[in-house]
Design a protein around this ligand. Structure first.
Ligand SMILES: [Zn+2]
Length: 90
């Protein structure tokens, strides 16, 4: 059972997500770089998460985990695949 604080925190994060949803593609590109990978949300099929990566920066994501901890498995996946890809290229 969720308490009120949890509900409010989630609502706040949803608002924050909605915030970045109102940014234009150009604004997102300037701030976070190009989309390198997208993931379908498992909880909401209409939603997808975009991992962006700016040259010389760690990847960023528009999911809740990244919004709160600056860390999520989407970004980890991108980082790991990049490492795997660099091995395959050898
Ligand atoms: Zn994410």
């Amino acid at each position: 059972m969720k308490n009120l604080v949890q509900i409010l925190a989630e609502k706040y994060l949803e608002d924050k997500e909605a915030d970045s949803a109102t940014m234009t593609e150009t604004e997102k590109f300037d701030r976070y770089g190009p989309i390198v990978k997208t993931f379908k949300s498992s909880s909401n099929p209409r939603k997808s998460y975009e991992v962006r990566r700016k040259k010389g920066h760690d990847p960023s994501c528009n999911c809740r985990g990244w919004a709160t901890h600056k860390k999520c498995w989407h970004c980890d996946d991108v980082k790991h695949n990049r490492i795997a890809a660099s091995f395959l290229k050898r």
